[in-house]
Design a protein around this ligand. Structure first.
Ligand code: BES
Ligand code: ZN
Length: 949
């Protein structure tokens, strides 16, 4: 029954999303195409949909005027044929607003042995309209007693629970009258092991003893697992928190301690915290456990602490330094002081995401906070800086001003994902972090958003499963990318002024996207909303096609836009169009644009003065725009020498090759030509450019593994990397930059993976000595050495690696080894990786990464997919929904046949993936793209590779 009831619900939610998109802004013809696609992809699959749903959708369609009667007919037929008997699906509803909270007084007593907690709340409420029922969110909680007191009278309520809606309803014998009162609730809950709500986390003390602590993760919709209440971001209130805890434990919440006194029971104490400002429920946090900390003060006297596992407080110093600099940086940037008296950052042993911005008490994975100079790689250190920068930005953008509903989640995450770079650039200019943005965020966004199964930045969501689904690369990376483009268009000063306006005007309140556009528009006098609507309400982005002619010393460019599709196939009738700021640089002015325009319509002509014949012109200076560029052959040819001699700046070099690989995949450029362009990067010296190019080469490697010219391709890649490999060498040079360390890590990993003999030999040598403890490998060389050794390895190497895993005392080291294990090629060893991933040696938060590590080779991919299928039920129960979404992606998207596309589709029809419905669709689309590439391009690439030697 599971599949039958799960199916239509997922279907219903996606169709409903479609309906809203229809209403809100697509061209009529596109609406129909959209619906047609959705309907067709669901065929065979869900035969049980209620007719009214289909009719409703069809009606929504008809409200618009269609121009293609044939499509209308196809859609009607498909709907009628496939969706005839859907069971009634309840519409998601937000909580009633006739009773609203103003303050919660919450007292919690967690039992760290029995894994339960007792809770009591007194909620100050206002009854706005007379009613005899109060409905609040509540999940997996047993409510023992509810009363409502107003004046001298107190009445008890009957409680009923609606599990699917995640609510509890209190029914009173008579209507509560408008006015103020106090709702008292006593309840018990479980300290669960799901890494959500109020949950338990296992850690090891210095003497090896294992213990449990209690911690929280409430975003998006899990505060309701810790206390009954109005668990919606727009229902803000203040909180008085009291924790009753075992007497020797550290106990933390958002605010400073108000009082800390012994309990009646001498084994417990009672810790009361100051009242919080008015805030959303998802930002509350409670933590009880054993921790050490380091402390600092920022320039404004705010006390900051970084809490670490016991005995490891030095590992908090790096994050503390970053945080101490970051708070004042944001204060200046936003023009608003940090609103709370203290700021704690804490590493939690079991943690599903990377970090969480609870106001005044930010929680992190250990690998996103702890830095040990002897064991932490440059890459992880940089990651810690970015994550700290991200979460502290939320203290203003997200916590002080909060999105009105999850539909606007991107506001939070897109913005923080942009400003984390601004902050890291301020603290560590030597990281050249903005260049890395182009690889880590823009690149990711463009890749995903070119799919037909992508979605607009702003997407209507209701039920929690839908909310979980939008914590994705569109909200984060595309969100950050469109903010970066806007920031560039407005200029830093106007942007900053606008931010201050926005945060000041809406502090302690909630907003929608338009509010931000209004503030930025007022500050800059530019048509922000008009431009940005085209980026947030419409999915996808354009490809800018450009051609040129010379007229004396003028270069006249013709540019045009159309939606870029990963398969190169624009759906018929697609009229998507964006307001695109486009900049141009030239050989004479490589870093500063010689001209910037706003492309409004379909095409335009642009004249550049003083550009000599033959001089290169680069479109999208600094790769700041959210689009791809397709040049004519001649324009591209003129750019190649500038790649070779690196007179084209790094971000432009990066963007150029990235666009070319995407165009090749879309069939809009020849893959073998793109490989020729790749050869022009032989003199490349920039870490980030290499990183991006290496990633693109890997995507092609994944597919060429299915051909007989994979060895030739490996040789091609080795040739390309060989020069830079010589330059970076194996050993750190005195005074070298962090980026050089990261470049070495990258290049040696690639040389190892592509089977370079000298690299393999050296890696083996160093590994033996590391294993024996003679010569410990520096943290930046560990990943390349582990991966290289394992990829050639036998079971002895594998055993040694597991031994190192067991000995490792830092999560970073375990995770490094865990992710490397899958590099093994041998079938038996791959199976051992799978088994290992599911043992309790690997925390639930890390399993999917260990499994993903095994999907790099064709064999590993096939075996891992089988393993996932066989264990799906267990995984489904054990792992967090967004971790499962990652597993779905990594274990499926690199297949390359139509049969596999269908097999994956079928499997998830029968076994729905929670919060990963869209990920499944995207994977299937990717598989089909791969299959097409194999058919159309693989032979030509092989010919090219053969002709090289
Ligand atoms: N608000 C999120 C944490 C979160 C993620 C809650 C998913 C619920 C579901 C936090 O601000 C965040 O974005 N964390 C990122 C790290 C960040 C540096 C991109 C994460 O956890 O990946
Ligand atoms: Zn965030």
């Amino acid at each position: 029954m599971q599949s039958v009831s799960g199916g239509p619900r997922l279907l219903w939610s996606s169709l409903r999303r479609v309906a809203v998109i229809f209403r809100e802004g697509l061209e009529p013809n596109r609406r129909l195409h959209f619906l047609y696609r959705q309907t067709r992809s669901k065929r065979q699959h869900f035969r049980v949909v209620k007719t009214s749903t289909a009719l409703h959708l069809l009606h929504t369609c008809r409200l618009a005027t269609f121009h293609t009667p044939k499509l209308v007919r196809s859609v009607s037929t498909l709907l009628a044929r496939n969706f005839s008997t859907m069971p009634e699906k309840r519409e998601f509803k937000r909580l009633p607003t006739d009773v609203v909270p103003s303050n919660y007084n919450i007292r919690l007593k967690p039992d760290l042995d029995a894994f339960v907690f007792q809770g009591q709340e007194e909620i100050d409420v206002e009854v706005k309209a007379s009613t005899d029922t109060v409905t609040v969110n509540s999940l997996d909680i047993t409510i023992n007693e509810v009363t409502y007191a107003s004046g001298d009278t107190s009445v008890a309520a009957e409680v009923s629970v609606d599990k699917e809606a995640e609510t509890a309803t209190f029914k009173f014998p008579s209507a509560l009258q408008p006015g103020k009162g106090v709702l008292k609730v006593s309840y018990t809950g479980e300290l669960n092991d799901k890494m959500k709500g109020f949950y338990r986390s296992k850690y090891t003390m210095p003497d090896g003893q294992e213990r449990f602590g209690a911690v929280t993760q409430f975003e998006a919709t899990d505060a309701r697992r810790a206390f009954p209440g109005w668990d919606e971001p727009a229902v803000k209130a203040s909180f008085d928190v009291t924790l009753v805890v075992p007497k020797e434990k550290v106990a933390l919440s958002n605010m400073p301690v108000k009082s800390d006194t012994p309990d009646k029971d001498p084994n417990w104490r009672v810790v009361e915290y100051d009242r919080t400002p008015v805030m959303s429920t998802y930002l509350l946090a409670f933590i009880v456990g054993d921790y050490d900390y380091v402390e600092g003060k920022d320039a404004d006297g705010v006390v900051l602490r970084v809490y670490t596992p016991v005995g490891k407080k030095e590992q908090g110093n790096f994050a503390l330094d970053v945080a101490v600099k970051t708070l004042p940086f944001y204060k200046d940037y936003f023009g608003i002081p940090y609103p709370l008296p203290k700021m704690d950052l804490i590493a939690i042993a079991d943690f599903a995401s990377g970090a969480m911005e609870n106001w005044g008490l930010v929680t992190y994975r250990e690998t996103a906070l702890l830095v040990d100079p002897a064991n932490t790689s440059a890459r992880v250190k940089q990651w810690v800086a970015l994550v700290v920068g991200h979460e502290l930005a939320h203290q203003w953008f997200g916590n002080l001003v909060t999105m009105e509903w999850w539909t606007n989640l991107w506001l939070n995450e897109g913005f923080a994902s942009w400003i984390e770079y601004l902050c890291v650039d301020e603290c560590f200019p030597e990281y050249d972090i903005w260049t890395q943005f182009v690889n880590m965020d823009l690149g990711r966004a463009l890749e995903l958003d070119a799919l037909h199964t992508s979605h607009p930045i702003e997407v209507p969501v209701g039920h929690p499963a839908e909310v979980d689904e939008i914590f994705d690369a569109i909200s984060y990376s595309k969100g950050a990318s469109v903010i970066r483009m806007l920031h560039d268009y407005l200029g830093n000063e106007d942007f900053r002024k606008g931010m201050n306006k926005y945060l000041t005007q809406h502090q302690y309140k909630n907003t929608v996207t338009e509010d931000l556009w209004v503030s930025l528009g007022e500050a800059s006098g530019k048509p922000v909303a008009k431009m940005m609507d085209t980026w947030t309400k419409q999915m996808g982005f354009p490809v800018i096609k450009v051609s040129e002619r010379q007229d004396g010393d003028k270069r006249i460019l013709t540019i045009s836009q159309e939606k870029f599709c990963a398969d190169g196939k624009l759906p018929a009738g697609d009229k998507s169009s964006w307001l695109v700021p486009i900049s141009f640089s030239t050989a004479g002015s490589p870093t500063t644009p010689v001209k910037t325009i706003m492309l409004e319509g379909q095409s335009s002509e642009v004249t550049l003065d003083n550009v000599k014949a033959g001089e290169w012109v680069k479109v999208n200076t600094n790769t700041v725009g959210v689009y791809r560029v397709q040049y004519t052959t001649e324009m591209l040819a003129a750019l190649i020498p500038a790649v070779k001699d690196r007179s084209l700046p790094p971000r432009d070099r990066l963007g150029l090759q990235n666009d070319l690989f995407a165009l090749a995949r879309a069939g809009m450029a020849a893959s073998e030509d793109v490989l020729k362009v790749a050869e022009a990067f032989i003199n490349e010296d920039n870490y980030t450019v290499w990183n991006d190019l290496a990633l693109n080469l890997s995507s092609m490697a994944v597919l060429l593994q299915y051909t007989d010219c994979y060895d030739l391709y490996k040789a091609f890649a080795r040739d390309l990397f060989s020069q830079v490999a010589k330059t970076v060498g194996w050993d750190k040079k005195e005074g070298e930059s962090q980026l050089t360390a990261m470049l070495r890590d990258l290049i040696l990993t690639k040389m190892g993976r592509y089977g370079d003999e000298p690299t393999v030999a050296e890696a083996r040598k160093r590994f033996e000595s590391h294993y024996k403890g003679d010569n410990v490998i520096s943290p930046d060389l560990r990943a390349p050495v582990f991966i290289t050794v394992l990829s050639q390895g036998k079971s002895e190497d594998f055993d040694k690696m597991l031994e190192l895993y067991d000995k490792a005392d830092m999560q970073e080291e375990k995770s490094r080894i865990g992710r490397a294990l899958g590099a093994v090629k041998d079938e038996e060893l791959i199976k051992r990786v799978h088994e290992f991933a599911m043992t309790d040696k690997v925390r639930a938060q890390d399993t999917v990464f260990v499994l993903a590590g095994a999907t790099g080779s064709a064999k590993g991919r096939e075996l891992t997919w089988s393993f996932v299928k066989e264990n799906w039920k267990e995984m489904h129960e054990r792992y967090h929904s967004f971790l499962l979404a990652r597993l779905v992606k990594s274990s499926t998207e690199n297949f390359a046949t139509e049969e596999m596309a269908q097999a994956v589709e079928e499997f998830f029809k029968a076994n729905p993936a929670p919060a990963a419905e869209r990920t499944v669709q995207q994977s299937v689309e990717n598989i089909r793209l791969n299959a097409r590439w194999m058919k159309e391009s693989a032979d030509k690439v092989c010919q090219f590779l053969k002709s090289r030697k």
